[in-house]
Ligand binder design. Sequence first.
Ligand code: PMP
Length: 374
Amino acid sequence: MSIYWNERVKNLSPYVPGEQPRDRKFIKLNTNENPYPPSPKVMAAISNTIAAEKADTAGAKLRLYPDPACTDLREAIAARYHVKREQVFAGNGSDEVLAFAFAAFFNSNTVGSNAALPILFPDITYSFYPVYAGLWDVPFRTIPLAEDFSINIDDYKIPCGGVIFSNPNAPTGLALPLNSILSIADYQKNSNCVVIVDEAYIAFANTPGVESAVPHINDHPNLLTVHTLSKSASLAGLRVGFAIGNEELIEGLCRIRDSFNSYTLDRLALAGAAAAVSDASYYDEINGRVIATRDRVSVVLSVQGFDVIPSSANFIFIRFPNKTGSAAFAALREKGILVRHFNKERIADYLRVSIGTDAEMDSFLEACEEIGRS
Ligand code: PMP
């Protein structure tokens, strides 16, 4: 606590990101990065931007500000998802897009004369949501997931200030079918409440009925879908996320961005991201490998008596048969394997394990077996 902090800063409980170790080499299964490299076209696009700078080619100068409207990237996203450019917003990672969405669509306690209704999200979900709510002073109510960590959609069909959840959910990996999401959006449409679906992990979902809500944004003007290139496009280091939704929602996001920082994406990120979204076939192939590895590892662990929540994401949420979450986390770390442990009610005995390469996951399985025997 500092005497220089204002009341807002004093009251924040910031998000704690997963560890990015610098001193020791780990098998890194803690922040849901993709184990495979980005598309070669991404590397070429970034190199070309730098080469163009050296050759002083028009339109690619690092000396000049980037395009604040991210036009080329938004056009590439629009083409890939069969939407209009005006239905796409791009930002510096989906965390930024989510932060802007909270500011744009959820009322805070301090704005307006009536007390704002709370927004709703699950008690176990992406732990950044309560942080954004705290930052913008948005009242929220968490809705407990069922015992098996599933979402009961009727819980979200009540008067509220808005709804947000990730689908597939994090850190459980469980996903809701598309018709459930649309039924929540339908209900909330009547009271002009925005429903945000964070689809960070949707590319890894192969469960029947689980699909992206993007094709339904025209029928559901209150539905905003949020996406990231960090996981499915292997570009966590580039920091690019985007939202797809009705034009008015996108304009709301632009109004927040342009009251904050007009140039959230740099020229290299814009070039690399546009190349990534235009290379679906490369990413379908590597993400197919991640899915196959996830399913194989899930079966092995289940047979060994682990509790494995069925995952539609690029991570699994597991419980050791005979170890507490913190003991299992520490034992894995000792063996050079980094996973994520949330020391929170209901999930303290679970670990979230990102899916690595087959070789990495074999080392993980071996370590689990040894730890189980000790
Ligand atoms: N949503 C969810 C559910 C996530 O797990 C993450 C990754 N921590 C993000 C959004 C943010 O991703 P990024 O900012 O890297 O795009």
